[in-house]
Ligand binder design. Structure first.
Ligand SMILES: Cc1cc2nc3c(=O)[nH]c(=O)nc-3n(C[C@H](O)[C@H](O)[C@H](O)COP(=O)(O)OP(=O)(O)OC[C@H]3O[C@@H](n4cnc5c(N)ncnc54)[C@H](O)[C@@H]3O)c2cc1C
Length: 400
């Protein structure tokens, strides 16, 4: 044991490192641990929507990301077959998205946490969350050299992803649950320029998307309904290519490209967890997980880091009770993401949109302001609740 911390953060990727960094910047004593070492990859594609880029900018990290040669993405294009809706996903202050390799992004975040004064321990596996009198008080883990270590803190923050050990230990309430809906597999291709576009192709029961990333590579993810997950695992490459062949023009482009790595992919469940309790908090996927079809996870993790840090700061400073500050964190998180959660879960079924929505999309097509709003809605820049509000829908249809 090396003394007590204000916060121990378990997990050092998109949720954990920013949480540790922001707390450390406030002057708190923070330990952030991860069993991984950095740079390292993780199973995830990595579109960071404009408001995620805006968070990096607030933290002074966006220039560093841009300096890694990560190409900006200025247009989102949704090809439904009969027509394509293409628009700008961002705002005046945050106009573009990025798709940084996690090897680059996560390392940048870990370094920023260390620079802010957080103690970072890589190659450190947490084996147990220490609970005394119903309150989380620390962790027991194993460092890279095999030594067993106990550390104590006022708060243990679980930023440890989908299979969160912190959540498993404290057993928070789960709500608004939905089963896995879609399975997706991706790889990186060279020789397939996308010209700064995030391209999405939607067909009945299938979808795929292409986005430019580091080193001139293009990431392509293809998905099918979860009901086909097990069966399609038997031939991932065949099913991936069959999905792309549904769009012959894209398949032609792919023929001139080269796949650089093997396929990776999975399906994820959908649910919220209560993100706090005595001595503990959850951020990122540990607290709220949704299908990856709308690519919200990294941006959501960034927002959680800011909200959770604010709440803990109020608690540590004694201006708010832990319960008041953290329930506000939960309320704000849920209110922000809920309309996108519902939209994501609907999209992830890969079922054709209902007729009224098809009619709306037809009306959006060709109306540049509506197409920009559609791109912004998919990016999470504006809420689906605002986009699908009756007054907005009526205005789009009237203009068509
Ligand atoms: C196929 C797929 C595609 C996706 N595409 C996108 C996309 O395009 N855009 C987007 O925004 N999101 C996407 N997501 C979601 C995104 O990957 C997650 O939302 C995001 O990684 C969550 O970050 P996190 O920090 O909460 O968790 P994670 O990134 O999962 O990090 C958790 C960390 O905790 C560490 N850890 C876990 N347990 C322990 C332990 N016991 N001891 C020590 N360390 C531990 C792990 O080593 C890991 O480094 C995708 C997800 C999938 C599966």
């Amino acid at each position: 044991m090396t003394g007590s911390f204000d916060a121990i953060v378990v997990g050092a990727r998109c949720a954990g490192s920013p949480t540790a960094m922001l707390l450390a910047r406030k002057g708190y004593k923070v330990l952030v641990v991860d069993r991984a070492s950095f740079p390292s990859d993780t199973l995830s594609t990595h579109l960071v929507h404009p408001l995620g880029a805006a968070a990096l900018s607030r933290w002074g990290l966006l220039d560093r990301l841009a300096a890694t040669g990560c190409p900006p993405i200025h247009t989102y294009a949704f090809d439904f077959g009969p027509f394509t809706i293409a628009g700008a996903p961002g705002t005046r202050n945050a106009p573009v998205a990025y798709c940084p390799r996690r090897t680059v992004l996560d390392k940048l975040l870990v370094d920023a946490a260390a620079e802010a004064g957080a103690e970072v321990r890589e190659g450190f596996t947490v084996e147990e969350i220490r609970v005394e009198d119903g309150r989380a008080v620390g962790i027991k883990g194993r460092s890279r050299d095999g030594s067993s270590i106990i550390e104590r803190a006022r708060v243990v923050v679980g930023a440890d992803g989908l299979r969160s050990l912190v959540a498993e230990a404290v057993r928070p309430q789960r709500y608004d649950e939905k089963p896995p809906l879609c399975a997706g597999y991706y790889s990186y291709w060279s020789g397939l320029p996308t010209d700064g576009k995030f391209e999405v192709y939607i067909r009945d029961g299938r979808a795929f998307a292409a986005m430019p990333t580091h080193e001139g590579l293009t990431l392509i993810i293809a998905g099918w309904p979860y009901a086909e997950f097990e069966e399609n695992k038997k031939d991932i490459e065949g099913n991936y290519l069959k999905t792309i062949e549904l769009v012959p023009a894209f398949a032609d482009r792919l023929r001139g490209a080269r796949r650089e790595v093997r396929f990776a992919g999975m399906a994820v469940p959908n649910y919220f967890r209560k993100p706090y309790g005595p001595g503990w908090a959850l951020v990122g996927d540990a607290g709220y997980i949704r299908d990856f079809i709308t690519g919200q996870g990294i941006m959501d993790a960034f927002h959680d880091a800011e909200l959770c840090m604010d709440a803990l700061d109020r608690t540590f400073a004694g201006t708010w009770s832990f319960e008041a500050a953290m329930s506000e964190y939960q309320r704000t998180r849920d209110a922000r993401v809920k309309p996108m959660y519902d939209f994501t879960c609907q999209l992830a079924t890969l079922e054709p949109p209902p007729p009224d929505m098809q009619q709306l999309f037809g009306a959006v097509h060709g109306n540049q302001k509506a197409m920009d709003d559609f791109a912004r809605m998919n990016a999470g820049t504006i809420s689906p609740a605002a986009f699908f509000a009756p007054a907005n829908v009526d205005a789009i249809k009237a203009a068509a």
